[in-house]
Design a protein around this ligand. Structure first.
Ligand code: KIV
Length: 281
């Protein structure tokens, strides 16, 4: 099983690695079997699974529900649960309780928190308590309103210096890795060089130690113009449309179900009596 020690070793040995988001049992199983070492149950599920315009409405219960499903589908990956908006902002005590639930109830191995500043002290406490923390700086979607939209961060010298200082402080506080989202490539390289722990980029150029993408973007399940940093490795939206229309056509024409999809009456064949009727086979 991949652990926080392994991801540190990947960086120490100069081995770039992948992180993908996962939100449900079957996709976690497929990604885990494909050897993706780190699965992040991101609060991006609010946008791609639940249809919200931002991640802000996502609750801790939403996250735990999906995280549990991912844990049931996974055997080898390091599982990281994303702490949703307002599950760690009120106090360190609240953060400890929320993070504890990810590990105790949902089978996660670590949690991710957005931001620097007060989140640095929370990171220190969680780490002291044995809860591994992935940091997240740059474009932090839970601060979308403070940032005036989903905008690239760290473009000015002052902003870049702030992000670098927060990155160092998060490492000092015990974070085992750091997501850098929506920052100029040069800043991502500077942070990556300054830190001992691995950096994980999304919209941060090629110079980080690892890359993360939202699964639905990577698979082409999201449609329309993709953000610049996304590469679509499949076009599943088209594939699903094709499958759904050809299923509908078969039903209309009466060519589905065919004889091979039918059950016979009891006693026709002993083997057939043992046939199971269940989903997800
Ligand atoms: O919520 C999420 O999926 C994330 C990643 C994009 C880093 O935070």
């Amino acid at each position: 099983m991949t652990t926080v020690l392994d991801v540190q070793r990947f960086k120490d040995e100069g081995r770039r690695f992948t992180v993908l988001t996962a939100y449900d049992y079957l996709s976690a199983k497929i990604l885990d079997d494909a050897g993706i070492p780190v699965l992040l149950v991101g609060d991006s599920l609010g946008m791609v699974m639940l249809g919200y315009p931002t991640t802000l409405p996502v609750t801790l219960d939403d996250m735990l529900h999906h995280a549990g499903a991912v844990a049931r589908g996974s055997r080898q990956a390091l599982l990281v649960g994303d702490m949703p908006f307002m599950s760690y902002h009120a106090s360190t005590e609240q953060a400890i309780t929320s993070a504890g639930r990810f590990l105790q109830e949902a089978g996660m191995h670590a949690v991710k928190l957005e931001g620097g500043g007060p989140v640095i002290e929370i990171t220190r406490r969680l780490t002291e308590l044995g809860i591994p923390v992935m940091g997240h700086l740059g474009l932090t979607p839970q601060s979308v309103h403070a940032m005036g939209g989903f905008k690239v961060q760290g473009k000015t010298d002052a902003q870049a210096a702030r992000i670098l200082a927060d990155a160092r402080a998060l490492e000092q506080a015990g974070a085992f890795s750091l997501v850098l989202e929506g920052v100029p490539s040069k800043l991502a390289v500077d942070v990556t060089k300054a830190l001992r722990i691995p950096t994980i980029g999304i919209g941060a150029g090629p110079g980080t130690d690892a890359q993360v993408l939202v699964l639905h973007d990577m698979l082409g399940l999201t449609t329309g113009k993709a953000p610049k940093f996304v590469k679509r490795y499949a076009n599943l939206a088209e594939e699903i449309t094709r499958a759904a229309t050809s299923y509908a056509e078969d039903v209309r024409r009466g060519t589905f179900p065919g004889p091979e999809h039918e059950y016979s009456a009891n006693g026709a064949s002993p083997a057939k009596d043992r046939e199971e009727v269940r989903y997800g086979g």
